[in-house]
Design a protein around this ligand. Structure first.
Ligand SMILES: N[C@@H](CCC(=O)N[C@@H](CSC=O)C(=O)NCC(=O)O)C(=O)O
Length: 276
């Protein structure tokens, strides 16, 4: 691992690293915020998955999370949103597919199947790396925004033993049924829609073996709400199968990091409680 920067914040340290990833076969960058408590003890970790067009820096610069993370003694790890080391045809042409849009799945369609294994990277490789290099415990929670909110939901629903808690801001809850998801899943997973259901949070809730409670905040003035996000689909299936969900519709808030910053403290408290 190579340290790219180290910045003091609220008594703790925000550090950025790059490293060679086995899962995505290229160099990856991630950020970790270590609260002041990490100077003397191991602390639990919240993984944050960002949305379309983001890098590790959107959350660290815009969410305003570090005052509360320092108070709670919570480390926060922010990976990038896709591999960056390749140049496949059309990979960098659109904001909702390819670079910056890995959707936290393991791609099976060439050429993306060579490197776009963001699910393996987030669930397996990155925690192993973090837990072997930093003063952290093996207690993990996961959260994210939009594409990353959905990423957090599927990581937790597929691995309830790996995470103590999960939350999301404005998640794409049912990617098999919206334009962003249909485009990404066709490109990464192929034409067989039956395969897609293994990567769709709303479908996974139907068959979940453990029922980790879901906390979701959704702005009611979000431009993407009706066409892409559709939280009512997840709410309906949770009600049908008895999966615990707290879906908070927040009047006036849009899709931006101003929304995330307004409620991030409550999500950090939710995770800290589960992690303690
Ligand atoms: N075309 C728009 C859409 C990009 C956008 O809104 N990205 C969101 C995530 S959307 C779902 O995953 C985001 O987090 N943007 C970064 C930020 O710092 O706000 C555009 O390119 O603006």
């Amino acid at each position: 691992m190579e340290l790219l920067s180290s910045t003091k914040s609220f008594g703790g340290w925000l550090k950025r690293y790059k490293h060679e990833s086995v899962s995505v076969k290229s160099e990856m960058t991630f950020a970790i915020y270590l609260p002041p408590q990490a100077e003397t003890q191991s602390v639990p970790v919240l993984y944050w998955l960002s949305g379309l067009t983001c890098t590790d820096e959107n959350f660290t610069q815009k969410a305003g999370a570090f005052r509360k993370a320092a108070e709670l003694g919570l480390a926060i790890v922010c990976p990038d949103t896709s591999p960056r080391g390749t140049d496949y045809p059309n990979e960098h042409d659109s904001y909702d597919f390819g670079s910056g849009a890995g959707f936290y799945v393991n791609a099976t369609v060439a050429p993306y199947s060579n490197t776009y294994h963001m699910y393996d990277y987030v669930v397996q490789e990155l925690p192993k790396l973090v837990e072997s290099h930093f003063p952290v415990t093996d207690k993990r929670s996961i959260s994210g925004h939009s594409m990353g909110g959905h990423g957090a939901l599927i990581c937790a629903l597929k691995n309830p033993d790996v995470y103590q808690s999960v939350s999301a801001f404005s998640p794409i809850v049912n990617p098999t049924q919206c334009p962003w998801g249909e485009k990404a899943f066709t490109g990464y997973l192929g034409e067989d829609r039956a395969v897609w259901t293994e990567w769709d949070a709303t479908c996974l809730v139907e068959t979940a073996e453990e029922r980790l409670p879901l906390l979701i905040d959704q702005g009611e003035a979000d431009n993407f709400l009706v066409e892409q996000l559709k939280p009512e689909a997840l709410e309906a299936v949770c009600e049908k199968v008895g999966h615990p969900i707290t879906l908070r519709r927040q009047p006036g808030y849009d899709h931006s990091y101003f929304f995330i910053a307004s409620f991030i403290d409550e999500h950090l408290e939710f995770h800290s409680k589960a992690l303690s």
